[in-house]
Write a protein that binds this ligand. Structure first.
Ligand code: GLU
Length: 277
């Protein structure tokens, strides 16, 4: 369903997304870990396989990966109750995560790089320019940049807070022309699909944004890292003239489907249905 939105604008946005040559892919903790908070090799390899599909299409891909705190929790049996504990767990999980990405991309003979950012880095023009330059250099070298928040030094006041905002900022900051947020839910629904079998997927969001917001606030109570922040991140990007998707991490060949303009997940149509450039 995408009531109120013209079919042609949605088709055009899907095509724009398919043609994107610089793509930010955001993967959440649930898309990388199992129910015991261990890194799930199958899930991680699937994500890397999907990204490889885009790389083989000669697209540049930047991965924003969560999972540091989650993977750390599964790796060492320590409490995750205080800020200090989750900061410390993130450092255990982050190195484990990068080890696994190095191995998984290695199956395709690809190299990866780790970039850890804080809110300060996004706000300070000089630091942000340095970040951009590093990303450009890595992409020139054919290395896959993998970004996460630097949780070890990010206390409450200076936290970006969630990678949905980080990936939206990165998309705009490095002039990517597509953002794909992968989740275990798979899009924006009229209810919570985990509990409500009648919940319908909203195929596209654009001029119907206010209606969609109302539906979400009525149907979800999740705050941090939930569908709300994913929608806000995707909306910010689409207001910047760039299409964004919220799509299901477990769906087979999900990134290939987006690269071939298939109707998957929820697409956020660039505000005028066209790109800025
Ligand atoms: N930076 C956090 C982590 O890697 C995740 C934040 C989020 O889930 O958005 O564990």
């Amino acid at each position: 369903m995408h009531k109120g939105l013209e079919e042609s604008a949605v088709t055009e946005a899907r095509q724009l997304a398919a043609n994107a040559d610089r793509v930010i892919v955001k993967a959440g903790t649930n898309s990388l870990t199992d129910e015991d908070s261990n890194l799930d090799d199958e899930k991680l390899n699937k994500l890397v396989d999907d990204i490889e599909d885009l790389l083989e299409r000669d697209k540049e891909v930047i991965l924003v990966s969560s999972g540091a705190i989650g993977a750390g929790t599964g790796r060492i049996e320590q409490a995750n109750e205080t800020v200090e504990e989750s900061q410390a767990l993130s450092t255990v999980g982050q190195s484990h995560l990068m080890h696994r990405y190095t191995e998984s991309f290695g199956r395709y003979d690809r190299k990866v790089a780790q970039l850890l950012l804080t809110q300060h880095d996004l706000e300070n023009p000089e630091r942000f320019t340095n970040f951009r330059n590093t990303v450009e250099t890595l992409l020139d070298w054919g290395v896959v940049p993998i970004i996460n928040e630097n949780d070890a030094v990010a206390t409450e006041e200076i936290r970006i807070g969630d990678n949905d905002m980080l990936s939206a900022a990165a998309t705009m900051g490095v002039d990517a022309n597509l953002l794909v947020t992968l989740t275990d839910v798979g899009g924006v629904y009229t209810g919570n699909p985990k509990h409500d079998p009648d919940a319908d997927r909203i195929e596209a969001v654009g001029t119907n944004y206010d209606t969609v917001q109302e539906i979400i606030s009525e149907s979800t109570s999740d705050g941090f890292g939930g569908i709300q922040t994913k929608v806000e991140g995707a909306r910010d990007v689409s207001e910047h003239g760039v299409p964004a998707f919220i799509a299901k991490s477990t769906e087979p060949d999900i990134l290939e489907k987006i690269a071939t303009a298939k109707p998957v997940g929820t697409i956020f149509v660039p505000i005028n249905g066209v790109s800025d450039d």
